[in-house]
Every structure is written in C-alpha cells, then in structure tokens.
Design a protein around this ligand. Structure first.
Ligand code: OXD
Ligand code: MN
Length: 583
C-alpha cells in the first residue's frame, strides 16, 4: 500500500473507532452500487420513487423540516490564528472545535453503515483537479456525491498517485439543530459536518471542499476557487468565448448556465461547463483557464419551467433526485411556477393546504448529472480547461446597479467584485430580501480572511498581462411597482454579446465614474418589447446614489483593518474622485 492509502486507512480506522458504525463500505462508484443504495433507500422510505412513466428513475427525498438549507450561523473556519479566518467567517479555535466534534461524533454512527467515498473534484485526468474522501453515514449523501463528483475507484487510484486529499467527515447525527456544526480546518485540509443531511452542509465536495478549503489551497498554490458558473457562448460564426460569472446563491446562475438564445438571435448557442463553481488557473502562457470541479447540478427547483430554463426543465424528467418538492396526485414532482399540474402533498408530505405556505420548499433542489444537460459542453471534461474571456460579477439589486458595466482594469475589477451586494434568498436560513454585501459572491464560502483573498486576487495583475476583463451585471432592476425592467432569462444573451464585443475590441463604450457602460445602440433590442427610456434607466449611473454606495462599500472594506490591501483602497478612491468630478 502506498503511504497515502495507508494514511487513508488509518484515518478510516480512527473514525470507525470513534463513531462505532455497524458496518463499513468503501464506495466504488459503480452502477450496481448506485442501484443497490437507491433500492435500499426506497425500501427504508428515504426515497420515494416518482411516476415511472413521466419521471423514470426519479426519486423524492424529504429532509428533516428543520434541515432545509445551508446554516451559515453554524459554519466555522477553524484556523490557529483567528485573523486568518477573518471577520467574514465564524471562527473557532481548532483544539476547541476538535474537542466539541469528538464529543458529537462519539458513537454517532451506531447502528448505521459508514460509507467511505473517494472523489475527485475536476476531470479525473486534469492537473487542476483535487482529491477528497468523504466519510458519511448517509446513503443519500453517497448517491448525491456520485452524481455531483467523479466518485469511486478512479478517484481512489488518483489519491494513491497524488498523495494529497481533503478529509471530510460527515454524520447526520440526531439532526438536532443545537448539535449541528459545519467546521473547516484549512490548515489540516479537513472538514467535519454533523447534524445535517442537507446538500450544502452534507455533500462535502461542494461548498465545503470546492470553495472553502479549495480557496485556501488556491491561495497557497497560486490559483482561484470561485463561486462561478462557467459557459461557452458561441456566435453565428462558430467562435466560442468562455465566461465565468459569480452571482450570489439563487440569483440565476443555473438559468444563465443553460440559457437558450431567443429566436431573434439566430445562430447563437450556449454551452454549459458548470453552474456553481469554477477553479481558475493561469497556464504557462499566462492565460486564465477554468475547470468546473463538479460533475452534476444541485439546482433550485421552484421557478424552473419550460420558459425560464428549458434545458433544466427537460432534463429533470429522468434520472433525478428531487429534495423537498411537492407531489401531485399521480406522484409527479411539483413546485411553484412549474406551470403544470397541482400539488396534492406538500414538501413535508402533508396534504397540501395553501395556508401552510408554498407546496415545494423555496430551496427545494434537483440533483442530476451534468451529462444529462442538452447544452453540455464538449470541453466539460477537458483536462486543460477552457480559456476565460471575461469574468462577470453580479447581484440581485432592485435599484442602483446598471444592467451591465465594465471595470477599467483588473484592480478596479477586484473592487467591483469586492463591492458585490445582493438581496438574500432562501438558499441559506435567515431573512429573505435583505441587501447584504457578498464580495465575489463568496461571503458564505471564502475559507479565509477576505482581506487576504482580495490581496490574492490583486496579485494576478503581476503574474499575467493576458487577464480577462471584468464586468458587473444586474438582471434584477425593478420599477416603483416592483416590475422587472429587464426581461432576463434568454434575453440576457444580449448583454453577454455586448461583453464579448468589448473583449474583442469590436465596440466602444461610455466612460462613467463607475466604469464603462454600453451606448444604448450597442445593446441589441431587436424584437424586444422595451421602451428606450427604460433602457436608458437600466444604463444610467445616479451619481449621488453611487456616492452613498461607495461610502457603504468603504465602511464594509474598513472592517478588514490592516488586512485590507492598499491597492483596493486606491481603486476605491479613484471611483470616489470620479464621482466627485461628475457630481
Ligand atoms: C448553492 C448555494 O446551493 O449557493 O449553490 O447556496
Ligand atoms: Mn452556489
């Protein structure tokens, strides 16, 4: 046995001694294993098989009603030095955290099977991929990890070669929210999660590894682990530009990643590489290249229909695990805005009563292999990843932020990313609809001090002169009556087109204090029912409101004290001065 496999075996043995499972199963990732687990969960009631005619190989899983979203207030970064976790994270001393967790994990798997799940984040043969092993007592987690990652024998083989892997320990425990913790130990490359079976807390390859731990690894190794969708945009001439977009949770990353071009833009196509996470590396020529570390989608279901996201809607008619959706009389999954069918049972399995709230939980999810997507990119498995033409930040802002603007340079782009704010959604527990700062859409996911993170971002300017341009978009502007000003969905391609034209130096722009904005005539509105004055409003910069915004950004940035990079402050000053001149 190689030393990495010995280290893995030793760790598995020590976890088994602590958690005392009834049995241990090393996952191979085979079809037979998947089917056996699905059958077992169907028998135990963990999964409800759905209408085999209309939803073949689809299942419903209901999580505990107190366990339906990520729990940021129970998510910790445990670094030796508190400052390394930063004000953007909850922190616990690693020794205290280990003591607490050892207590909670003591005997936690009694009467259950402990699954050992080797996985690879990224294409199995990519130099940019990283390895992990999750130990879990939840078969739902195992089948989900098989969909979401390259899981099983091939990953184990690579662990043997590479030596390094992230250790993730998960138990659903007793699902008591008082005994629920999601703890990260970046210095130990390890994660421990107990008391939750919900995806973002329990599928440790996703947010815990591919963002929180990976962001730390990325800084040490000189790359970026980001909360970004990844797509190729093909124009009618057959050229494909790859873009990566960071939007906060439930701001439409999955919809944009699978966008279907409107009929009035014939010949355009979108190719999906990822809908949630991108790992970005500079190659030897200084080109920023990206892979999607995941292999599947864990998407928000409500709102998905043939108009908003046809690709997702079509593909989730087979081979899908649904979590917390409602059911129709004839056992079809149902959710708000599905547009067909009526709910009989709500997400908790109760008879549907409108007085009890939505039928499907607002954060109900589909889990499905990326390969099922009709717009799956041919390069999704490419070990070398794809070259990035543009990085796009965005948020859900009723007011202020224009439809699109371009940062002046990389440094300004880092400030634009650091200033991202968005109205909160149901993807995490807590109030919905409140504007909060969510730098680079990484507020819940950066595994270290944001001050150091921005410094790391800024450092890329010294490493390459081929960096992509940086943009900001906002699809969510509303008028006074709450009506959206921009049609969104497939029509967002019109904005991506402007972005690509800018990257190719094909068009000019209007210089404003906050960056470059489109000339009205450069946004193609063919066949779009949008009045010129609405477009003007979407493309306007309200100087005095931006002055307030920049003051609020500064307030936020100053919270990072001496870890705040001076260059970020300089970029901020530049915008403030430009606003002053314009005001
Ligand atoms: C997600 C999230 O589940 O960002 O992707 O919350
Ligand atoms: Mn996400």
């Amino acid at each position: 046995m190689t030393s990495s496999l010995t280290a893995l075996q030793d760790w598995v043995d020590s976890v088994a001694r602590l958690t005392q499972p009834e049995d241990i199963h090393w996952c191979t990732g085979s079809d037979a294993e998947y089917k056996r687990l699905i059958n077992e969960m169907t028998r135990s009631g963990d999964l409800v098989p759905l209408d085999p005619q209309n939803y073949p190989h689809c299942y419903l899983h209901r999580s505990h009603p107190s366990d339906v979203a990520r729990v940021e207030h129970l998510t910790y970064i445990c670094t030796v030095n508190k400052e390394d976790a930063g004000p953007n994270n909850l922190w616990m001393d690693p020794a205290d955290a280990h003591r607490k967790l050892d207590d909670l994990f003591d005997g936690a798997m009694q009467g259950r099977v402990m699954y050992v799940v080797p996985y690879c984040m990224g294409p199995i043969d990519s130099p940019y991929s990283r390895l992990g092993v999750e130990i879990t007592d939840s078969p739902y987690v195992v089948v989900s990890m098989r969909i979401m990652t390259r899981m099983g024998a091939a990953a184990l083989k690579r662990i043997e070669q590479d030596g390094k892997f992230v250790k993730g320990l998960h138990s659903i425990g007793d699902l008591d929210p008082e005994r629920r913790f999601i703890m990260h130990f970046p210095e130990e490359l390890s994660i421990q999660s107990i008391g939750s079976g919900y995806g973002g807390n329990a599928l440790l390859g996703k947010k815990c590894h591919a963002l929180r731990i990976a962001s730390w690894q990325a800084r040490e190794e000189g790359w970026l682990a980001e909360h970004m969708l990844l797509v190729g945009v093909e124009n009618p001439q057959g050229e494909i530009h790859y873009i990566a977009c960071a939007f906060p949770s439930a701001c439409g990353k999955t919809n944009l990643a699978m966008l279907i071009p409107p009929a009035s833009l014939p010949g355009w196509k979108i190719w999906t590489l990822g809908d949630d996470i991108a790992w970005l590396h500079l190659d030897k020529d200084g080109v920023l290249r990206a892979i999607n570390p995941e292999a599947g989608y864990f998407g928000v279901v409500p709102g998905t229909n043939a108009k908003t996201n046809k690709n997702a809607y079509d593909m989730i008619h087979s081979d899908t695990i649904f979590t917390n959706v409602a059911l129709t009389e004839d056992n079809q999954p149902w959710w708000e805005d599905k547009k067909v069918g009526t709910p009989a049972l709500d997400w908790q399995g109760r008879k549907y009563e409108p007085g009890n709230g939505p039928a499907a939980h607002p954060n109900s999810r589909f889990t499905i292999s990326a390969k099922k997507n009709p717009s799956y990119s041919q390069l999704a498995e490419a070990p070398e990843g794809v070259p990035i033409a543009a990085l796009i930040f965005g948020g859900r802002r009723k007011e202020l932020a224009p439809l699109v603007y371009e940062a002046r340079d990389w440094r300004h782009g880092v400030l634009v990313g650091a200033g991202v704010a968005s109205e909160t959604t149901a993807a995490a527990t807590g109030a919905v609809g409140v504007v909060r700062r969510d730098p680079m859409a990484m507020k819940p996911f950066c595994g270290y001090n944001f001050g150091d993170y921005w410094m790391h971002w800024l450092s890329f300017a010294d490493k390459s002169d081929k960096l992509p341009r940086i943009f900001h978009v906002n699809w969510f502007r509303q008028d006074k009556s709450g009506k959206f000003l921009w049609p969104g969905f497939g029509e967002n391609l019109r904005v991506l087109r402007w972005i690509i034209d800018r990257c190719e130096n094909r068009i000019g722009a209007r210089e404003t204090p906050i960056g470059f904005l489109p000339l009205r005539s450069d946004i193609d509105t063919r066949d779009l029912d949008i009045k010129p004055e609405i477009l003007d409003e979407l493309l306007s910069v309200d100087v005095s409101r931006w002055q307030q915004e920049m003051a609020s950004v500064l307030d936020y940035l100053e919270g990072f004290g001496d870890r705040l990079p001076a260059d970020l402050l300089k970029a901020h000053e530049q915008v403030v001065e430009a606003l002053q001149k314009a005001g």
